[in-house]
Design a protein around this ligand. Structure first.
Ligand code: SIN
Length: 382
């Protein structure tokens, strides 16, 4: 029995984070091999979305989604992305979302390389640019987040990427029902390396604390922990793999969660072929070498997946539709994809998407907290 106020969450976090001696991971739930944990999860059937699929996501009927029985409202969907959309979002997270005016941890001083990914992504990029890319830890989208005061800024806000907004809305409606009108208004893109961790916290800075949180993982697997609304409850640890989506809804919306460990790529050596980045449908690969997403790339014909799902709802994307199509066409190209794949061999990306405002309300309906002077300086200088 835990003492009232004892920080059980932290105790478990430290045990799972430990390097020496190595952490005992036998308490970590593996959704691909639940073994003795079957009484901890219940398989759920996505209930919404009549048009079974959305462009770039697998048909909803094929999703494997589970709810954690000890943390009602915590739902995990095993990679619902086609290989194409998975690659597309990885490219967006690395080459587009870090661009200014979005804000990153590297913006506390003028950027050495304005194009962080483009400068540092190639093995022959200069060492300084590669190190700079390695230092990228987070990027904020939509309403930017002031980490010092732990508040969002009313003034510092950019258009939320339409592709991410449409995709997360579709996922939420598929799982929680079409009446759940999730609106993505802010996101944090977290970049982890093998030595990274994220300690226990709740996300409570949003004005709407009832709308679910959506968290998408790409790249290296990790141990993720989720507990109760206080740190006195024993958390459940589970593995998250490439493409997995966590929805924190209902009571789990305000649950403590953390990432004690990022794991090496080969940790699940018996992983299914479909879990590996090289498993893109061979029919959709082209042999054209095209390291940049340039005009040549946009001339390519649409890939099979595009036509296959052409009757399904399409991802709406940023103002320039051709940008989306261009990138979709590029991601099949082995040479184009190579630096992204290399990055993912050593890193994990987490896209953490939030709704800020209650249904029917907007920014002007709230009294906003003040942001830190350093944050205002940062946002004025980008
Ligand atoms: C977060 O809670 O901000 C990130 C969680 C994760 O990386 O899975």
């Amino acid at each position: 029995m835990a003492d009232a106020g004892e920080d059980i969450f932290m105790k478990h976090f430290k045990a799972l984070k430990r390097k020496c001696p190595p952490a005992d991971l036998t308490s970590v739930l593996d959704l691909d091999n639940p073994g003795s944990f079957t009484n901890k999860i219940s398989r759920i059937t996505p209930k919404g979305v009549s048009a079974d699929s959305m462009f770039g996501l697998l048909p909803v009927s094929e999703w494997r989604a589970y709810e954690l029985l000890d943390v009602p409202g915590a739902i995990i969907i095993r990679n619902p992305f086609t290989e194409m959309l998975r690659r597309y979002f990885v490219c967006r997270c690395l080459s587009d979302y870090p661009r200014q005016p979005n804000i990153s941890n590297l913006d506390t001083s003028p950027r050495i390389y304005p194009e962080i990914w483009q400068a540092g992504c190639h093995p022959n990029s200069d060492l300084r640019a590669r190190k700079y890319l390695h230092k990228l830890r987070w990027v904020t989208l939509g309403y930017h987040y002031d980490w010092t005061k732990k508040v969002y800024s009313q003034e510092s806000c950019n258009d939320f990427p339409q592709d991410l907004s449409t995709t997360t809305q579709h996922i939420v409606q598929a799982v929680l029902g079409e009446s759940c009108d999730f609106k993505a208004e802010a996101a944090i893109v977290n970049f982890y390396h093998l030595d990274s961790s994220l300690s226990g916290h709740t996300d409570h800075s949003e004005f709407d604390l009832a709308a679910p949180l959506i968290s998408v993982s790409f790249g290296l697997p990790c141990v993720f922990m989720i507990g109760g609304q206080t740190k006195t409850k024993v958390p459940q640890a589970l593995y998250l793999r490439d493409g997995d989506v966590v929805i924190m809804s209902g009571k789990a919306r305000m649950s403590y969660h953390a990432v004690p460990k990022v794991l090496p790529k080969n940790v699940f050596s018996a992983a299914k072929k479909s879990d590996t980045p090289s498993s893109v449908d061979k029919n959709t690969m082209t042999s054209t070498v095209n390291p940049k997403c340039d005009d040549e790339c946009s001339k390519r014909s649409h890939c099979e997946e595009f036509t296959e799902h052409s009757s399904a709802k399409k991802v709406k994307h940023d103002a320039d539709t051709s940008c989306f199509t261009q990138l979709i066409n590029c991601v099949h190209d082995t040479e184009f994809w190579k630096p992204y794949e290399t990055y993912l061999h050593e890193s994990r990306i987490n896209l953490n998407v939030r709704q800020l405002f209650e249904p029917g309300k907007q920014a002007k309906d709230y009294c906003w907290p003040t942001t830190d002077p350093a944050f205002n300086f940062l946002t004025n200088s980008t």
